[in-house]
Design a protein around this ligand. Structure first.
Ligand code: CA
Length: 229
């Protein structure tokens, strides 16, 4: 399920946004301020952030700048909600790395269309399949993985791990990073737990000779790559 973090201080607007998103099949996290959003975004790794410009304390723009400076979080797309349809604000937001804008008041249809478009660009639209070549395929709606068109039997953690790898290919992650990004920062488990699940994932891929996609990078961690290690 695709999770969207809504950052909006006005309760009525936030609830309306949350209801709209839940109705459209998204999972929703809510934050009333930038600092609350900072905590949630680190813990829950949302697929997209809907960010109000006018927030008490840290402004939406400041939050976006903070997010885009963090190498682990900077890839989370941001749609800014603003009452100001002025070129100057848009430029400031785009400079800060904001992906798109929705000007208030907006229609539900427009908002959902923008969200879908941004998620698609970011490669995390849950209505689409994630494919690796023509042999491995993950369907997030049906929550299943196919290898050579055969359903792969993977546990929930292996599914999450594989999903993370599929959306973050060709990059090396340490065990600590994988724990943070796949298990979440509030979970305190040992780093060797990662190895256990990597082993299980490889074992599931083995019958299709795809286990080498999950590569060990000695002294560093793991990488999902379609290129030979
Ligand atoms: Ca506001």
């Amino acid at each position: 399920m695709t999770t969207i973090l809504v950052v909006e201080d006005e309760l009525a607007v936030r609830e309306l946004l949350a209801a709209t998103l839940v109705g459209a099949g998204y999972q929703v996290l809510e934050a009333a301020s930038g600092s609350e959003a900072q905590r949630l975004v680190s813990d829950d790794d949302p697929a997209l952030i809907l960010l109000d410009w006018m927030l008490p304390g840290m402004s939406g723009l400041e939050f976006a700048k903070w997010l885009k400076r963090d190498e682990r979080l900077c890839e989370i797309p941001v749609i800014m909600l603003t009452a100001r349809d002025e070129e100057n604000f848009k430029v400031q937001g785009l400079d800060a790395g904001v992906d798109d804008y929705v000007t208030k008041p907006f229609s539900t249809r427009e908002l959902l269309a923008r969200i879908k478009a941004v998620l698609r660009r970011a490669g995390s639209d849950s209505s689409e399949l994630i494919r690796v070549g023509n042999r491995l395929e993950m369907d997030l709606v049906q929550h299943r993985v196919l290898a050579d068109d055969q359903p792969l039997s993977v546990g929930p953690t292996e599914f999450k791990l594989l999903h993370f790898f599929l959306t973050h290919q060709e990059r090396v992650y340490s065990r600590a990073q994988l724990l943070d990004l796949v298990w979440g920062r509030n979970v305190y488990i040992e780093e060797r737990t990662v190895d256990v699940h990597i082993r299980r994932l490889r074992k599931a891929l083995e019958p299709y000779a795809l286990e080498n996609l999950v590569q060990t990078v000695r002294g560093v961690g793991y990488r999902f790559s379609v290129r030979p290690s």
